[in-house]
Design a protein around this ligand. Sequence first.
Ligand code: RIB
Length: 310
Amino acid sequence: MSVVIVGSINQDVVAQVERIPGPGETVLASSLLRSGGGKGANQAVAARRAGDAAVAFIGAVGMDADGDALRAALMTDGIDVSGLSRVDAPTGTALISVDATAENSIVVVPGANAASETLTAEQRSVLASARILLTQLEIPIPLVEDAARTRPSRTWHLMNAAPSAPFITAADTLLPMIDVLLVNEHEALDITGADDLEVAVTALASRVRSLVVTLGRHGSLVLCDGDRAQVPAFPADAVDTTGAGDTFCGMFAATIAASGRTPDSVDVALLAGAARAGAAAAALAVTRPGAQDAVPTAPEVAALMKEANA
Ligand code: RIB
């Protein structure tokens, strides 16, 4: 079953700092790392490393050395990049600071990611093979909508509403196109304008059939058709949380793909199992620096789940 990710791809430039600087402040970094990034590309890598699913990535890079290197890295992972366009704009870049507590702050310069609001003919033909479409919001909303409308019937649309700001303005259009909405707790609060997570979860669950809210070290909440499950996290010694949410989403999508189920047969147990696998992959990812560099392989995830008797 094929998983097609439509989304962003960035060259991450990561500075390791003791603490993230405040406005007007300068701090010195102890190291600098360049890593493949972009929420979409990170999710593609996570879905591919998760197991046997055929994975294709649809996005855009510039005609520059970063674009070439990012494309080559996806190919090395066995990801179909025939839907990765080369456009007349610089490849996206993310400037990331990671502090001593493994938290980060990220500034994205979208570049090529913002170049198009519709799929190309080549990208449409890649999407035609999808059984799972996975999107996020670091690309223009019209492009996300085009992909959601173009996907074959009975193809899942999993949306990770990250970053949350674009979702807020487009929620009325996007929500009817989504089979499973994946957000973290901050995004859930941001999207709904609620101060209380339970209020936010209730509000979101009333507007989408299936909802997953990740809660960091507290695991995740899964809601579907009025049923609800609390899925525990795996303990981890985090050094860098960059891309952990993307790793969760990629593994979640691959697990749904492996089930062979269609969106009309969704239930909370299926989603909770996928969330548990996503949590295991994310727990491993945070123990390593970088985004795509940190994504674990299927045997690593299986070993962790076995060890935890998951
Ligand atoms: O989610 C982490 C990602 O956000 C980074 O890889 C960075 O590129 C930004 O897109």
